[in-house]
Write a new protein. Structure first.
Length: 171
C-alpha cells in the first residue's frame, strides 16, 4: 500500500498507539501483495527492535506483522533469528544517507539462529519501507549468515517523491 491516508493511519496506530489488533488485518493485505513469495519461503523474520526501544514500546510492530504473516501463510516464524545489537536513532527526519549510516552494523544473527537461517528462503517483514536502508542492512546480515534468499514484505511503501528528510511526521 502507498503510505498515505488510511494505510498511514493504520501503520502509525499499530506502531505508536498500541493497536496490535490491526496486525492481522494488515498481514492479510501483505499476504495478498506477496502471494508469490510464500510458496517458496521457509521462514518469516521480523526486523527487530533494540532491547531499549522494545522495553519502552512494549512490542515490536514488525514482529506483530511477521507473526500474523507466518500464521496466515502456514510458515515458520523466527523472531529471534535476527537481533538489533546496537541502539539506533529513530529514522524519522533522517535523509537517505543518514538512514543508511544509522542502521549500518546494527543487526546480527546470533549463533543459536545460524542453523535456522542457513540455506533458507526468508521473508523479512517490516511495517513501512521508506528508503530501504533498514531492510537492506538486515537482509545483508541474513545473507552473510547463509540465507539462500531474502525477500522483503512490508505493509506500506513511502513513494520516492514523497520522502523528504525535512518531513516531521512519523514514518
Amino acid at each position: 500500500m502507498v503510505y498515505e491516508g488510511v494505510a498511514r493511519g493504520m501503520a502509525q496506530s499499530l506502531k505508536f498507539r498500541d493497536r496490535t489488533d490491526l496486525a492481522p488485518w494488515m498481514a492479510r493485505w501483505m499476504l495478498r501483495a506477496g502471494a508469490e513469495l510464500t510458496p517458496e519461503c521457509d521462514l518469516v523474520v521480523p526486523v527487530p527492535l533494540h532491547r531499549a526501544r522494545f522495553l519502552s514500546r512494549r512490542f515490536n510492530q514488525s514482529a506483530e506483522l511477521a507473526r500474523a504473516v507466518a500464521h496466515g501463510a502456514g510458515l515458520s516464524y523466527a523472531p529471534d533469528a535476527l537481533v538489533r545489537k546496537r541502539r539506533t536513532r529513530q529514522q524519522v527526519g533522517l535523509g537517505a544517507r543518514e538512514r543508511e549510516a544509522n542502521v549500518r552494523g546494527a543487526f546480527h544473527v546470533p549463533d543459536t539462529a545460524l542453523p535456522h537461517v542457513k540455506s533458507r528462503r526468508i521473508i523479512l517483514v517490516d511495517d513501512v519501507y521508506t528508503t530501504g536502508a533498514t531492510v537492506e542492512a538486515a537482509a545483508r546480515v541474513l545473507k552473510r549468515a547463509g540465507a539462500r534468499q531474502v525477500d522483503v514484505l512490508t505493509f506500506a511503501r513511502v513513494l520516492p517523491g514523497d520522502f523528504r528528510a525535512e518531513d516531521q511526521g512519523p514514518i
